[in-house]
Design a protein around this ligand. Sequence first.
Ligand SMILES: [Zn+2]
Length: 411
Amino acid sequence: MSQLPLRAQLASALGRTAATLSRATGRGDGSVIGGRVGLMLEPDLLRKLAADRKLVLVSATNGKTTTTRLITSALQELGDVATNAFGANMPAGHVSALAAAKDAPYGVLEVDEKYLPEVLDTTGAGVVCLMNLSRDQMDRAGEIWLLAQKWRRALSGKPAHVIANCDDPLVTWGASTAARVTWVAAGQRWREDSWCCPECGGPLDRSASGAAWACRECTFHRPEPNWVLDGEDVIDPRGARWRLDIQLPGEANRSNAAMALAVAETFWVDPARALPRLRMVTSVAGRYTMVERDGRALRLLLAKNPAGWLEAFDVADPALPIILSVNAQGPDGRDTSWLWDIDYRILADRPVFVTGERRLDLALRLAVAGVPFQLCDSFQQTMALVPLGRVDVIANYTAFQQIRAEFGRAV
Ligand SMILES: [Zn+2]
């Protein structure tokens, strides 16, 4: 990237210095502050840093950090890959990621759903990976429909090759204006936001297996998939079946891996080469990590919204006690009414411990669902109460970060 104009080089170097200072003073990993400083000095910095690289943008409501990590791992088969590994998924985070790996010929960037049009315009990325859209915190169906509509406009008339999950009707609609789409049947666990056709508002019918869907009133229907996630396996476009055997747990991660395989193949990295790389990923930004203290081994699961909670329930071990921690600070969204959208009855037969700032909201919800629980005023108190041995923890964003900080972020 030494061809960068002097001003961009300077902005990029100063941004890196700011990031280093931020880390040194314990103010986080610095990926946002560094990018902000860079963009202030050179507003066109992201475009300049993106030029001459092969970029993948990854967007969805859930799983973008993990999928970004899996794709990065697969593309490292080819060479250095710049990536925003810490989930700083807006332009300042992208600037930091690209500036930090200025000679990497490849880049895989997690992108906030709302920023996708802007980041696609700015970077001219060649590949876009779209996985799912569902309500997040206060968002409701109408808002995610508007988001999908913005994706349609952004993709229309661009050369980008889109890899999209055709089991999600809204994602399918959002991706279908792209010039070239590879469809992946990657599954959809949360369906409460896709009862209506995004094209005409008519009812969507599902096939008996639940896989295919079609509008009853217009021609909108699930496209024929090129890749199919089938239980533990992925079937590639040639019909070959590959056992995933990844270390990240649960169906949601198999879905993320299926998307990553399809993206890797656009770079001519076939599953035989990509899969061993996906299997090397064991935890992502602290997720799925085990931490130990006082005879308890905690496995940390992050769940930020109703779809995320379903995924976490799928991963959690029914034989183990579980800690649930919910906060309502800025990044979590202040409104926790989404807690009522989740079915908690699956937890009824295991010891449940409830903590976090919104423990009373969650406690009321569990009481209504008939799930027994113990209420804990603090995480320390929770740790004292949970039995010795393995424990699962589901926490939303800031609650998750607090628990990581509790363990010195050694995860
Ligand atoms: Zn329709």
